[in-house]
Design a protein around this ligand. Structure first.
Ligand code: BDR
Ligand code: CA
Length: 317
């Protein structure tokens, strides 16, 4: 038997589980090429107490209750907390009835933990995947601007360009929920790889794809399939879509299989002033390379992403 000596990509996941966050966490925790150092939580889809509880429920389902979970910001930098309970269930995990996790939260606060972990490792060896409002990352960058030169890669689920918005006509939920934080992150000098609705709407939980995950067996696949089924029902009811889009796992999928996505260099600016277009992401491709610090996902291989999720959960079951 040959041993794989490729170093694992170290990763911190910042999230607000959230049904699609849950699938993203389950994928990352089962991925042989990733080493999840910590999970940090933020208030978003549901309040912070629930996202922090749900993160621990999901990591236990993955058999990874050892991964520390640090609670972070309960509210956006400058706005009242928003919520998206209608798309995630009142408790945030769809049809699941959460019970109190066996593991306590880690001591310390998310932004500080992020700083400490990143500084404890060689520069540019720790990735961050942001799956919720960007409040924790913005706070970390305020406190430790050196993270700009230490973090890489930074992958975020957020924004919308050609697809239009999902919370307002022009804004995607994560950016809309804390536009000031998103603006600070995009303006910080960090190179951000953004997976907005243009890409995530190409990754659809079709009946056949959900059934494949359902058939795997084991707690991680069961939970993933349960949240996907919930999304399928809710998106049919509220939006009228036959198959629900899968957002947050795209960040993890790219870290595992970048070939599943097409990215374009760009500059990303966030609207923070207008009420009408709050949280709109102005994604500008028409700039010189030096003025295009970010990458925007323009397309995704939906079948490939679901195949990756199914294979990864199968191998870990
Ligand atoms: C994003 O918003 C949240 O509701 C999802 O978890 C995802 O992070 C999609 O717009
Ligand atoms: Ca999320």
């Amino acid at each position: 038997m040959t041993q794989d000596l490729t170093p694992k990509q170290a990763l911190i996941i910042d999230c607000d589980p959230g049904v699609d966050d849950a699938v993203g966490l389950l994928l990352a925790l089962a991925a042989p090429q990733l080493e999840v150092l910590a999970i940090t939580t933020v208030g978003g889809n549901v309040p912070l107490e629930k996202t922090s509880r749900n993160a621990r429920i999901v990591s236990a389902a993955a058999g990874r209750a050892d991964v520390p979970v640090f609670a972070g910001a309960a509210r956006p930098l400058a706005r009242p907390p928003a919520g998206a309970g209608e798309f995630h269930g009142a408790e945030g995990l769809g049809d699941e009835t959460p019970t109190e996790p066996q593991t306590a939260l880690a001591e310390g606060e998310a932004a500080d933990a992020l700083i400490d972990i990143v500084r404890s490792r060689p520069a540019r060896t720790v990735a961050v995947a942001v799956m919720g409002p960007m409040t924790n990352l913005a706070l970390a960058l305020r406190r430790a601007p050196d993270l700009v030169d230490r973090l890489a890669p930074v992958v975020v689920m957020g924004g919308a360009r050609s697809e239009g918005g999902n919370i307002t006509a022009s804004a995607e939920f994560n950016i809309w929920a804390d536009p000031e934080a998103a603006a600070e992150v995009f303006d910080s000098g960090l190179k951000v790889i953004a997976f907005g609705l243009d890409a995530t709407h190409q990754v659809r939980a079709t009946e056949a794809r959900i059934a494949r995950i359902e058939a795997i067996g084991g707690e991680a696949a069961r939970l993933a399939a349960s949240t996907l089924r919930f999304s399928q029902r809710i998106e049919r009811q509220i939006v009228g879509w036959e198959a629900a889009p899968l957002h947050d796992p795209c960040t993890v999928a790219w870290l595992m299989r970048p070939d599943l996505f097409e990215l374009r260099p760009c500059r990303i600016a966030v609207e923070t002033i207008s009420d009408l277009t709050r949280g709109h992401t102005a994604v500008e491709f028409r700039v010189e390379a030096a003025a295009a610090p970010h990458l925007w996902a323009v397309s995704a291989d939906g079948e490939g992403v679901f195949d990756l999720i199914a294979r990864t959960l199968e191998a870990a079951a």
